[in-house]
Design a protein around this ligand. Structure first.
Ligand code: X2X
Length: 341
């Protein structure tokens, strides 16, 4: 009799357990779509691979992330990526601050010309009060921000001639990214900027519809832009775009607290590694990527601090105008933290 009761209880418990497991599995999607702009060969894409692998392993496959490069979930239109995450068309993303700045104006901070002179300055922002404040802003917009990564310092390339002074930019047709701040910057410098997605930029460079563009060296080299006539490269560190690891709010809420913790910790680990990969080969102690670029017949012009100042002076009115859009308090905080770095 006692045994029968025991067995009965056991059966009930097992049934209850299996109901819980089924309910949980039903809440979880079979695949989570992770959006990035470039492919997995780039540091940005490497970050996505590391993050998704860590999550799959540590959740025993409960959270199965599939990477969608080329912002393919929004047909390559990277300025629509943030909205698509909010709407749930995209579950997760590692996105550029530039691409999301049309929806989150504060993210234009990193695109203020010549704000961040070196890596320590970038770190002072993303690891400090500014990074925290921006994550708070993002959290009010339907996404859960988890970690800061890096696309990199954006350097200028063109097919015409070496650029050493603002005068050298006069009349150059340049492809720029999706924030109007870039139109203002290059218009102030006398160039002829045109906004285009990354997908459209590459054929436009190949067929000469535009003369030049600006992107981190890892993107320039990874996309082999020296093969589409981009033989003049100017290193001027005028802006850098951090990347942000995020999850759609509803997707996040559907996960158990244990799984949320796994996803968050994996994002922090992956982001740390991604930043290291993004900074490889482009520093004075390790110029290997630069050497590789030069071996393709590229003229690399490294601007001196005095030469950089000439560009900063011309773009100061753009800096001031956009400080009002971004929020003077946030810009002030950034400048204070950079000064203290
Ligand atoms: O479009 C670009 O230039 C890229 C790939 O760097 C970004 O997505 C910001």
């Amino acid at each position: 009799m006692k045994l029968r009761t025991l067995l009965g209880t056991l059966a009930c418990t097992l049934a209850a357990l299996s109901v819980t497991a089924t309910a949980q599995a039903a809440d979880y999607k079979s695949e989570y779509k992770l959006s990035i702009v470039v492919g997995t060969a780039f540091p940005w894409g490497q970050g996505a691979v590391i993050w998704s692998d860590l999550v799959r392993e540590r959740t025993d496959g409960r959270i199965n992330i599939k990477i969608y490069p080329g912002t393919s979930l929004v047909q390559g239109d990277q300025t629509r990526e943030f909205t698509a995450i909010r709407q749930g068309v995209i579950d997760m993303a590692i996105g550029s601050t530039i691409n999301w700045s049309p929806q989150v104006k504060e993210l234009n901070l990193f695109s203020l010309p010549f704000l961040m002179p070196d890596y320590a300055a970038i770190d002072a922002l993303i690891d400090g009060a500014v990074g925290e404040s921006l994550f708070k802003t993002l959290a009010t917009k339907g996404v859960v921000p988890l970690a800061w990564g890096e696309n990199g310092y954006r350097q200028l390339s063109n097919s015409k001639h070496a650029v050493k002074t603002p005068e050298d930019l006069k009349g150059l047709k340049l492809r720029v990214v999706g924030s109007p701040l870039y139109i203002d910057t290059f218009t102030a410098l006398g160039a002829n900027p045109t906004q285009m997605s990354w997908a459209d930029a590459q054929p436009a460079l190949a067929n000469g519809a535009v003369d030049g563009q600006e992107n981190p060296l890892s993107i320039y080299a990874g996309a082999k832009l020296y093969d589409v006539a981009q033989k003049y490269l100017t290193l001027w560190n005028y802006v850098a775009d951090p990347l942000i690891f995020v999850v759609n709010q509803e997707v996040w809420n559907s996960w158990s607290p244990e799984d949320q913790k796994i996803v968050h910790e994996a994002a922090l680990e992956a982001a740390k590694k991604e930043i290291m990969i993004a900074r490889k080969g482009v520093t004075s102690t390790d110029p290997s990527l630069l050497k590789d670029i030069e071996s393709h017949g590229v003229t690399v012009t490294v601007l001196s601090p005095e030469q950089i100042n000439a560009f900063a002076k011309v773009t100061q009115p753009v800096f001031d105008k956009w400080t009002q859009q971004i929020g003077p308090a946030l810009v002030k905080q950034a400048q204070t933290d950079i000064a203290k770095r």
